[in-house]
Write a protein that binds this ligand. Structure first.
Ligand SMILES: Cc1ncc(COP(=O)(O)O)c(C=O)c1O
Length: 369
């Protein structure tokens, strides 16, 4: 098929997994494969990790969990989204774990138990400062008390989520971690013990190693990118994705020629303009055209003018690439790298946004050397 391709190097994923394990030591990893494995393909990614010994995965929706189960993932799966009456029974049937993030969730689980005698496992989510999902920090003690007297609910874990773990200044993350520790202390005093206490993500692995606790939820580092350029780059991780697209035509144009929509790019000399079959509908970051470039045989060539829905144009100067050859748009290829972190920084975006956007007509190809 002609068009953009995301070549997913599973060998690099496995390398990253072992590199993270080497760095964090004896703490197991809950590998986060939500949003189609951050755009890398949740099923092949989870299957490769399971082969390597991973026994805990995280996704966002029940549908994502179901897809993993249907494709042979047998380990624990935590669903990050808010619990809902609509899917609690399905969660129990799939043996996946839910989060308990609101007082009302207790009633949902009790009703389910009364109707069916089913008890999906839950992890209690405490909001220590993200102000999104979670039991407000101030209410934690009351909820724990409720759970102590709710044998219909099987609480296997407790966790919280950092708002700023990947930022240069760790003070807010430290404050959140202090609050979480206070909750854990209260739990200890109440003798309410759970199997898993967790908080750390990719940013915290690097910025706040003391927050690793019983299990680490890790996403971005597995895919071979740093969550931001503000965290220390301490690991030998490799970009798992190689995002490429074919050159479909090349033409010589005169000095002073306007290229693409809006005429934002005007050639300053006679030059070769190539058309690449990948556009913003395939997940190519449109704002990147301002300063952006692609790699052809390891050399940088400037994106010429606005990225279109299905195509983008590149100024190849006096180089004459062949039709059907490919350019590297993002990630690590045979001849070089174009790091997603760097693109993110240039266009005020993040690796999370850039990876999960990749889709449209992009074909994913899985390789394992
Ligand atoms: C609740 C939760 N935990 C962990 C992660 C993993 O974060 P990271 O990809 O930075 O490791 C995410 C990702 O967004 C998340 O939402």
């Amino acid at each position: 098929m002609i068009g953009p391709k995301a070549i997913i190097h599973l060998d690099r994923l496995i390398h990253n997994y072992h590199e993270i394990k080497r760095y964090v030591g004896d703490v197991p990893l809950m590998t986060v494969v939500k949003a189609n494995g951050y755009g890398h393909g949740a099923v092949p990614v989870a299957q490769a990790l399971q082969k390597e010994g991973v026994t805990f995965f995280a996704v966002f929706t029940i549908e994502e969990a179901k897809e993993l189960r249907e494709n042979g993932i047998i380990g624990d799966i935590l669903i990050f989204s808010r619990m809902n009456r609509e899917f609690v029974e399905a969660a129990a049937d799939l043996n996946v774990t839910l989060i308990l993030s609101q007082k009302e969730d207790i009633e949902i689980l009790k009703d389910l138990f009364q109707r069916t005698h089913k008890r999906p496992k839950v992890h209690l989510k405490i909001d220590t400062g993200m102000t999104r999902l979670g039991i407000p920090y101030e209410d934690a003690q009351n909820i724990i008390n409720d759970l102590m007297y709710s044998p219909e609910i099987e609480c296997e874990g407790i966790y919280s989520h950092f708002a700023t773990a990947d930022e240069g200044d760790p003070s807010y993350a430290k404050w959140q971690f202090d609050r979480f520790n206070k909750v854990l202390k209260i739990m200890g005093k109440m003798k309410f013990l759970v199997k898993y206490r967790h908080f750390s993500n990719s940013g915290a692995i690097l910025n706040l190693p003391e927050s690793k606790l019983d299990i680490i939820r890790v996403g971005m580092l597995l895919y071979g990118a740093y969550p931001s350029n503000e965290v220390p780059h301490l690991l030998d991780i490799k970009p798992v994705m190689e995002f490429v697209a074919p050159i479909v035509t090349v033409r010589r144009v005169l000095k002073g020629t306007f290229i693409s929509y809006g005429g934002k790019y005007k050639t300053n000399k006679e030059t070769n303009i190539g058309v690449i079959q990948c556009g913003f509908a395939d997940g190519f970051p449109r704002p990147w055209y301002v300063d952006g470039y692609v790699l052809y045989k390891g050399e940088k060539f400037k994106i010429a003018g606005r990225v279109c829905m299905d195509q983008l144009t590149v100024d190849f100067g006096n180089v004459i690439p062949q039709v059907n050859e490919t350019v590297l748009l993002m990630g690590k290829g045979e001849h070089g790298s174009l790091l997603v972190e760097d693109i993110g920084q240039k266009i005020d975006s993040t690796p999370y946004v850039l990876f999960t956007a990749i889709g449209g007509r992009t074909e994913r190809i899985f390789v394992d050397k």
